[in-house]
Design a protein around this ligand. Sequence first.
Ligand code: ATP
Ligand code: MG
Length: 671
Amino acid sequence: MFKTIKKVWRYISKYKKLLVISISTMLIVQLLNLASPLIVKAIMDDYLVAIEKPWYETEVTVDSKDAVSFNGKYYIQNTVSDSGATIVIYKASYYFIEDLVPSDFVKGNKTINDGKITFTNQEGSVLVFDAVKLTSKETRNFYEPFINPLTVLLILLALRLFLQIIFTYIQRITTASINVNIVRDARVDAVTSLQQLPMSYFEEEPAGKIANRIIHDVGGMMGLFSTIMNLMLNASLSIIFAYVGMFYLDPKLAIWTFIIFPLVYFWLKLFVRNLNLIAVKVNEQRSLITANLNEIINGIGILQVFNYEEETTSNFNALSKSYMNEQLKENKLHLGLGWNMIRLIGSLVTSFVVLYFGNGYLTIVGFTVTAGTIYAYNTYLSAIFEPVGILFREIGNLQHSLVRTERIFKLIDGDKESSEKYDIAPYQGNIKFDDVWFSYVKGHPVLKGVSFEIKANSMVGIVGHTGSGKSTLMNLLLRFYDLKDIDRGNIFIDDKDITTESIRSYRKHIGIILQDPVMFSGTLYDNVKFGSNITKEEAIKIVKSVGGANLLDKLEHGIDEPINRKGSNLSIGERQIISFARVIAHDPRILIMDEATANIDTETETIIQNALDKVKKNRTVIIIAHRLSTIKNANKIIVLEKGLKVEEGNHEELVARDGVYANIYRSQVKK
Ligand code: ATP
Ligand code: MG
């Protein structure tokens, strides 16, 4: 986990300023949270109920605002004297007693009968006094001295709230902008790294999954950062400050509350274990559903033709149901063992605190517990329990985030091909395969000792049944795969082993035209230019030279015609023309063409034939041919069969030989 966090830190550390702002505002908000219960406690204890504290008789010499006049005498709280009076609150009324009643009696039991008040203290001693009920105006007079400080406290309370809103806003906004920034950076890195990953990565991971990873898994990083900020930092601060407050109010009880932590720890462990068990199942069900959906969407045409819709729907429904059931289990766990349980523990501890204070108040002499203390303590306790509750609620997400973050870093930090790029002199174009053995999967060789030579500037056809290893041969030449330890043999260009140069520099000299030419969204010009530095005029010339004059006339915007992703607004032949033009723009010494398996019409065939004649000048051209007409004029034809080179020669020689090639040829001519 810490490794992953360290990796995320790489991204966060770019935004240290924002982070400092975020953390300091978080600190301020927590300080304000610490202050709030203390202010409320002061309001409650020192001012609202302080009227029950002793009132001492005083001479009014100065016109003191703190003195209150009653029945011709003056009373004050902050100057001690021998005689005085007491006010007690009893059943929401205020009673005046013209005597100083000891505080343990004031806090004790009271009963009032016929203007007599009876106090019973903790030890059972009884005192009786005369009591006069105060009118509301008189009561207000006694509260007069408190009004000003009370106003100040209330303003403080409001100010605290105001500051808290502002600082919370700043804190959230900075955290969010860090989040947005790191996600953007990570996505860019992921896409950059994606283009340098070896082909084998794409074999293992389907394209949809990779896209998903870049879009969603990066979100995991965001989740991780938010969780670290909220859960770890904010929660720790919240708990620490709550303890500061609690130790200030009552250290003994504060120590007692530490009991909850081992309890919570073991509870959390149990919870996470159960959660993991269910999470695995939920994930499994989710993949099953995704796989099923993929099947449905990919095979939609077939499903409709064969009227298989009903079965498909009921299959999907069954999967959905079991997915739902697992999810429901997850929710039940959260409700049963998680958040609710913590709330229960929280209330138990709160009850314990009230009991404790009630008890302390009864037994410890001179110890006065006030409503304010209990209120403040309770507030601090919830400041401890709330983050713990959130921890339970978020722990599942945290794990998801971790897994997703690890996955995205597997992509970002994956084994990249060297991106080293330097200029190497153009090859002459002599190619040599020397006893090449190659397997994608260990123990299943796909090429079994293939050797051949291709002379510079010649045109060579590669022929063989499906699965015979033709594309594999070219994958090796293009270095989508390099020969590994388990393989054997070497591939040379101009007598130099191809693995001696960096992949990027090497590939600059090799061009490829795929079975289904790849188009990118952009204009026709962009698609021809594609990283080279030809001008528009040159591009037009090139397109015309490979037989695209008609195409340019047809398109409304000519060379500036926008092209869809995948080039779906172009025919296969047109796309072929563009990819031929692309090859000429890049001018590689070696060109590989993997011909379309699908039957194409004669018109397209002529287009390709003409383009090929143009392109093959001054280039070594290798064509993986399915229609032998394309390579009839090739200088040499290599025939593969189950990973072995079985024949080699030109068309006439091979037909005369009456072997594999002649067979394939006859089967095509018959058609
Ligand atoms: P086609 O004419 O159908 O294009 P091909 O001659 O190009 O066939 P290859 O694509 O080279 O055939 O495949 C040769 C063998 O290697 C096949 O048996 C195929 O199943 C296997 N193969 C191809 N690619 C992989 C891969 N990425 N991982 C494992 N096996 C593979
Ligand atoms: Mg192939």
